[in-house]
Design a protein around this ligand. Structure first.
Ligand SMILES: Cc1cc2nc3c(=O)[nH]c(=O)nc-3n(C[C@H](O)[C@H](O)[C@H](O)COP(=O)(O)O)c2cc1C
Length: 173
């Protein structure tokens, strides 16, 4: 039976490289992994502990439920101003109190111009919310490696992403 992978793009941009990367991974993954794109990080309210009560805001409750019902989570994200995009960090902050990522297999790909800082910062966040990192990849100069049509044009990047998909499949067997 195919496994459900919630795919979160840290970019809300229409022509996002990270969204295209998710599309490319969907094609590479084939039928073993069912990627479910999460299009809602920009619909989540700003995290506020005063609102982090039951019942949670509807968008937050839906997001948490999607994580819980997925076998794993794939995050593809750019770096903004030497850190993680605020909307992605905001989404992760909503999962702290409910521990939705605890024990959840996660693949993190940072696709940016450089991306080192966001990648390290997100690995730290994912660790503290007890996600299990089953794969991680930093794709620097991502704009030159992923085409507008959603093809990974850089052979070493394609190889690394294909290996990540295999590792993810294996971790879910
Ligand atoms: C406001 C802004 C700030 C950025 N800051 C950084 C940065 O600090 N480091 C970096 O590597 N890339 C930075 N970038 C570049 C993006 O990470 C890069 O273009 C990425 O591929 C965009 O992803 P997307 O196409 O999925 O939106 C920045 C882009 C924007 C718009």
């Amino acid at each position: 039976m195919s496994k459900k992978i919630l795919a979160i793009s840290g970019s809300t941009r229409q022509q996002s490289t990270n969204q295209r990367l998710i599309d490319a991974i969907t094609a590479i993954a084939g039928s073993q992994l069912q990627l479910i794109p999460f299009a809602g990080i920009d619909t989540l309210p700003h995290f506020n502990p005063d609102l982090d009560t039951e019942p949670a805001p509807a968008a937050v409750a839906d997001f948490r439920q999607l994580i819980r019902s997925s076998d794993a989570v794939l995050i593809c994200t750019p770096e903004y101003a030497m850190g993680a995009p605020g909307s992605l960090k905001n989404a992760l902050d909503w999962t702290v109190s409910t521990a939705d990522f605890s024990g959840k297999p996660v693949v993190l790909i940072t696709a940016a111009t450089s991306g080192e800082k966001a990648h390290a910062s997100l690995l730290g966040t994912l660790k503290v919310i007890e996600a299990i990192i089953v794969g991680e990849l930093l794709i620097s100069f991502a704009g030159a490696k992923i085409s507008k049509e959603g093809t990974i044009t850089d052979p070493p990047t394609l190889e690394a992403v294909t290996q990540l998909v295999k590792d993810l499949e294996k971790s879910l067997e």
